[in-house]
Design a protein around this ligand. Structure first.
Ligand code: S3P
Length: 176
């Protein structure tokens, strides 16, 4: 297998799970948003505010294409990466896609206080979370496997991913 891509809504644990998973597998961990910020030398909020979301999505795709050339990478993707069919194709062609999920309440709890998520910097973030989850659920469903992290520890989520991404399961997922 080449890479493991972690997708899913903001606050579902992609970065925390991704780095723990990479440590366990002795693979490289990369946070796609982190890489974009490094390249752009500014935070995502700044990119959204000054250049707009469409510009950010172009950067996201370009960065994904680069990372997809690697092998044995655990890649934590931004929550909106799945809305582009081309991005799903790139990830499926170069690895396995695991979608992390959580309830809107849990997401709110995990993201509250964090101001670095421009899409949730609105007067009613709970409403925004529910709306975006509804709009994005058909896209998240395209992942090879979905895991609800609401009641699981990082260790438990990692164990589940290790199970689906190894042995016989791996072959089955890579056919999709
Ligand atoms: C976004 C999620 C963010 C980041 C950007 C847009 C989204 O990443 O890519 O703010 O559209 O859901 P995280 O999911 O890592 O917070």
């Amino acid at each position: 297998m080449k890479n493991i891509y972690l997708v899913g809504f903001m606050g579902t644990g992609k970065s925390a799970v991704g780095s723990a998973l990479a440590r366990k597998k002795k693979w490289q961990f990369i946070d796609l948003d982190g890489l974009i910020e490094l390249r752009e030398k500014r935070p995502i909020t700044d990119i959204f505010a000054k250049e707009g979301e469409a510009y950010f999505r172009r950067l996201e795709k370009k960065t994904l294409k680069e990372v997809a050339k690697e092998k044995k990478f655990v890649v934590a993707c931004g929550g909106g990466i799945v809305i582009d069919e081309g991005n799903i194709r790139i990830m499926k062609d170069t690895g396995i896609i695991i979608c992390l999920k959580a309830s809107p309440g849990k997401i709110l709890e995990r993201v509250s206080g964090a101001l670095h998520r421009p899409l949730l910097n609105v007067p009613n973030p709970k409403e925004r979370i529910e709306l975006l989850l509804k709009l994005r659920s058909p896209y998240y469903a395209k992942a090879h496997k979905c895991i609800d992290t609401s009641r699981l520890s990082i260790k438990e989520v990692v164990a589940k991913i290790l199970k689906v991404s190894s042995g016989r399961n791996k072959k089955q997922y890579l056919k999709i």
